[in-house]
Ligand binder design. Structure first.
Ligand code: ADP
Ligand code: MG
Length: 710
């Protein structure tokens, strides 16, 4: 007799309590520990690895290189040692090769000491480390060898995520295998129908859905597993792209915007008479894309990516001029006062003789000056407003804001950006978000999948590539020598120190000490040193920055406040101290401060001698390339997609199988196919898309558009 659950109600939506042996206590535990509530949840909680039960390492052959190994042997000793916090359990496992391996546990000793018995044969899995010439595994996965093969004859066994609490209640990997078997025993064909359109499944030779899910949990062999993984990765990325593209369509239809029809006299005059250089091909292309956006009667929501120094400011400025030509105001917001003011100065200079009113607003514009500025802004007497996040305060009211530009968007929170949207009625301003932190294509297509993206992939001509070298601490003297040489040529130097919020005080102390040391080496009056850090008052910071810009000081010692935007073309050498403490994208941003003129520039990465594998990879990447996109991709591989500020909140990147660092090819296909389908059937109303539409509706509701909030 079929159980009631396999009838129409939807077996997958039923509570886990339906499964044999799963009582209220287990249901509660699975919900609390792993957020598994329904049978469908269980089905979609995939194993995180598989064990090939036929393959064992011989202990005598093991090389402790951080890789995980699987061995089969007899537990020869098991002892609890130490007291209090130092208490631990150690065991030894000896295999047929005659060698032994140490096992160590620090947690769950009470349960484990009763679970494991000496004299029994176990299959042990874990990462091998070497301590005092002894090989050991800490918290190994262990299973009685006699029981391991019992469940079925499969040699390929899934391993599931678990917790201490679940293990105690028999919901360890073995328990989970039993549950999932029960699920598959009860599944009816109707429960797991194909959701992808048939031509797609056939065209791409995808494994069918039910089979893929089964093979993902209980693969008979590697080939079946590979096919299943490919299919489910595709499904995941395809559904996500479909959803994001749908959101984009909705946005394009619903959110009306002002039409900035034609290029007018302001833009033209600037282009013909004022612009001090020839635009690069990439700048021209991006301006065309923006212009097309602004002429469609739909709100523009565009992300502009361009490496440091690629000339985004000019594109931003010319975009603002398009708004001005159509009778609107424009604003540009930057994350720091220094940067915002630099925009103000630069743009004022570009616009000299253009009869346009450009103003600057930040927290330090106060009192009467602020009141007057706000009045003029509301009256439409200011054309372009540049500033910091002071711009988004409610008291800042425009007469008619046509476009808002956000520079270095990753520095702003999602909510801050959203506040710009309400700065104008009835239509929101067009929005251009600029970033110098290149986002790998795969990430841009997911995290920002519903935004339009433009890329400036070309640097202005005449730049000499930056030479990057790595030095360890004990070659400091060499490094100081290099600084001296550059200064002797009339150039300037940055020396950058890390400042991490958690140990800010210590870092500041270190910076002050370093400053004293530098003063010894580069003594006034021959040398002048500026120092800038995040804890200084903005006025003092600006004062020091200004001195450096004017060439009054030759060395700028700083924490990462110089990370964004500062432009001093005469600075040709940057020394980054404690390089290992910086992230890759941060290093790339920092390095972009030099190499801004035609002179050859240098970046010296100073680090300690001992480096973790990851730090080493970061440094090698920096030495190997100056291409921001390559660096971003390396960063993605090292850190995973969570690195992009804000994306964690979007839910977009919480994928089960797909990996943006690895699955770019599948992602491209998924996006193309999603586009094709939406072009033919934008609302997924055709009968062959019915199941797909229903599935999207149910499972992708949580994916919110990014376009709406940028
Ligand atoms: P970023 O993209 O990092 O914001 P900027 O807009 O600050 O870059 O531009 C960096 C420098 O390049 C500025 O000094 C700017 O005047 C200059 N620049 C921008 N576009 C060009 C170009 N097409 N030709 C020559 N120099 C340019
Ligand atoms: Mg910039």
């Amino acid at each position: 007799m079929p159980t009631p659950a396999t009838s129409k109600a939807g077996f997958l939506d039923q509570s886990l309590s339906l499964l044999p042996g799963v009582g209220p206590a287990k249901v509660k535990l699975l919900g609390e520990e792993l957020q598994l509530f329904t049978i469908g949840d269980l089905l979609h909680a995939y194993p995180f690895r598989y064990v090939d039960r036929t393959k064992f390492h011989r202990i005598i052959d093991i090389i402790p290189n951080g890789e995980a190994v699987q061995v089969k042997g007899t537990l020869v000793t098991l002892n609890t040692v130490g007291e209090g916090r130092g208490k631990r359990m150690t065991g030894r496992i000896r295999d047929a090769s005659g060698a032994a391996l140490e096992l160590v546990w620090f947690r769950g000793l009470h349960v484990l000491s009763r679970m494991y018995k000496t004299g029994e044969e176990y299959i042990v899995y874990g990462k091998v480390e070497e301590f005092n010439h002894r090989l050991s595994i800490t918290h190994p996965e262990m299973e009685l060898a006699a029981r391991a093969g019992n469940l079925d004859q499969a040699t390929f066994e899934p391993v599931y995520a678990s917790t201490e609490k679940l293990n105690k209640r028999g919901l360890d990997t073995r328990g989970r295998r039993k549950l999932i078997r029960n699920v598959f025993d009860r599944l009816q064909p109707a429960d797991l129908q194909e959701i992808l359109p048939l031509p797609l499944v056939q065209g791409l030779r995808l494994m069918d859905r039910a089979q893929a899910l089964r093979n993902l949990h209980l693969p008979p062999d590697q080939a079946a597993l590979d096919g299943a993984v490919r299919r489910m990765k595709f499904e995941e990325l395809f559904l996500l792209q479909l959803r994001l593209l749908q959101l984009k369509l909705v946005r394009e239809h619903k959110i009306a915007g002002y039409t900035f029809g034609s290029i007018g006299p302001i833009f033209r005059k600037f282009y013909d008479e004022k612009i001090p250089f020839e635009l690069t091909g990439a700048q021209k292309r991006v301006l065309k894309e923006i212009r097309a956006d602004l002429g469609r009667g739909v709100q523009m929501n565009r992300l502009l990516q361009g490496d440091v120094g690629s000339g985004k400011t000019m594109v931003g400025l010319m975009t603002m001029l398009m708004a001005l030509d159509n009778g609107f105001q424009a604003c540009m917001m930057a994350p720091t006062e220094i940067l915002a003011y630099q925009h103000y100065e630069g743009i004022t200079e570009y616009l000299e003789g253009m009869d346009l009113r450009v103003a600057f607003l930040s927290g330090s514009v106060k009192g009467k000056a602020r009141r007057e500025l706000l009045e003029q802004l509301a009256a439409g007497e200011i054309d372009i407003l540049l500033g910091t996040h002071a711009l988004i305060e409610p008291t800042v009211v425009f007469k008619n804001l046509g476009i808002a530009i956000i520079d270095e968007q990753h520095r702003f929170g999602v909510k801050q950006r959203a506040k710009l949207w309400v700065k104008n009625k009835p239509y929101p301003p067009h929005v251009l978000v600029m970033t110098a932190t290149p986002i790998p294509r795969t990430l841009a297509m997911t995290a920002y999948g519903d935004l339009d993206v433009s890329v400036i992939d070309e640097l202005p001509p005449g730049r000499t590539p930056i030479k990057t070298v790595h030095f360890t601490e004990h070659r400091r003297e060499r490094v100081f020598g290099r600084i001296r040489e550059e200064i002797a040529k009339g150039r300037q130097a940055y020396v950058v120190y890390p400042l991490i919020e958690e140990n800010e005080k210590l870092d500041l102390l270190a910076l002050e000490e370093a400053y004293d040391e530098m003063i010894q080496r580069f003594a006034p009056p021959d040398y002048q040193i500026s120092i800038v850090h995040g804890k200084m008052k903005p006025e003092n910071k600006d004062f020091e920055m200004q001195r450096f810009k004017n060439g009054e000081t030759q060395i700028m010692m700083a924490t990462t406040v110089i990370e964004v935007g500062v432009n001093v073309p005469n600075a040709t050498i940057m020394v980054i101290v404690h390089t290992e403490r910086f992230g890759l994208s941060q290093l790339h941003q920092l390095r972009g401060r030099v190499g801004r003129g035609a002179k050859e520039s240098f970046c010296i990465l100073l680090s300690s001698v001992k480096l973790s594998k990851e730090s080493r990879t970061r440094i090698e990447t920096m030495v190997g390339t100056t291409d921001g996109f390559k660096i971003a991709e390396a960063d993605l591989r090292l850190r995973g997609p969570g690195m992009l500020d804000g994306t964690q909140q979007s839910g977009v990147l919480q994928m089960r199988l797909a990996d943006l660092a690895q699955d770019g090819v599948i992602l491209n296909v998924a996006r193309d196919k999603a586009k094709e389908i939406l072009e033919a059937d934008p609302k997924l109303e055709r009968p062959e898309h019915q199941r797909l539409a229903a599935h999207l509706d149910r499972y992708m509701r949580a994916v919110k558009g990014w376009g709406r909030i940028s």
